[in-house]
Design a protein around this ligand. Sequence first.
Ligand SMILES: O=C(O)C(=O)C[C@]1(C(=O)O)C=C[C@@H](O)C=C1
Length: 362
Amino acid sequence: MTMDLGPIRDKIDGLDRDIVALLNERLALAAEIGKLKRSTGGQIYVPEREDAVLRKIVSLNQGPIKDEALQAIYREIMSAAIALEKPLLIAYLGPEATNTHAAAMRKFGASVEYHAMATIADIFTAVEKGEADYAVIPIENSTEGSVRETLDSFVESDLKIVAQIYLEITHALISNSPLDEIERVYSKDQALAQCRHWLQRHLPHAQLIDAPSTSRAVQIAKETPGTAAVAGELAAQFYGVPVVERNIQDKADNTTRFFVLGKRPAGAVGNGRDMSSFIISLGDESASHSGALLKMLMPLAERGINLSKIESRPSKKRPWDYYFFIDVTGHFEAENMKDALAELKRFCPMVKWLGSYPVANG
Ligand SMILES: O=C(O)C(=O)C[C@]1(C(=O)O)C=C[C@@H](O)C=C1
């Protein structure tokens, strides 16, 4: 039987012509917006608008395209729009091709510039000095907990959290050798631990060796026959090493949360889709007063502001003095938030706003 795909492909060609013309029409409008923003000093990347666009296209979608596929396409369209408005440089915690790189690309797409940096402190400095426009850093992992260096860096910095990214962490076995020839497996200890059962079952005799990063592990696997790496698929693509097996992590729900940091705050999305983060210190009350924490949370609870996370860190100023890092629902500019903060400031020596941002990426 011969298949005649010609007529259908002709229709696809016609649609592609229309799609390209429409995309260019949309991008020309973004370029116009860019010109206005540059003359008035407006922000090029507008997380709350992107959140609204991504929700709008999902509400318009009637299928068969999946919402996630449509959002991924729009992520790239808005990335191309940003690149026309002004080239943006995004700093992220390196090395290249790690999960933080993948998270940054998920948020900003392929049309902006990325720069891997060695430490979280370097990243804060780069954005503060204007050497990078935005930064992407990990804040917490669902199994490993918070990244303490990130929390501590917020105490001294005036940068604002403008967006957050949730990335499901998946691991792949990456090697030039087939499974039955692999004798050594390199990765970060955490990644090896997260794949322990799979490795025991499929490579019971392989030696498991710590590497400084998952990306370094892939570089080692690339150079040495009989070795493999456990890393994300981005690293396999980036270094050009084949994926032998994907999704080898023992648990399926391992997620890391990342923040996007910028110099200027993001506006409100509305519709209950905003979150805010603060550092609050109770000063002398924290050690002496068992009800102090409750007193701190009451002004928020009384105004219907939900607490989604609270975490304490030693202030390092005095023993048993703590900073509380809290995430709450709502935008900083909302009336109930302003009231709650005014009340907190009456008895808390430090109430520091770290930023307000859309609840989650699309
Ligand atoms: O609406 C804007 O401010 C734009 O710059 C356009 C646009 C878009 O392509 O929709 C692009 C980048 C911004 O982050 C948000 C939206």
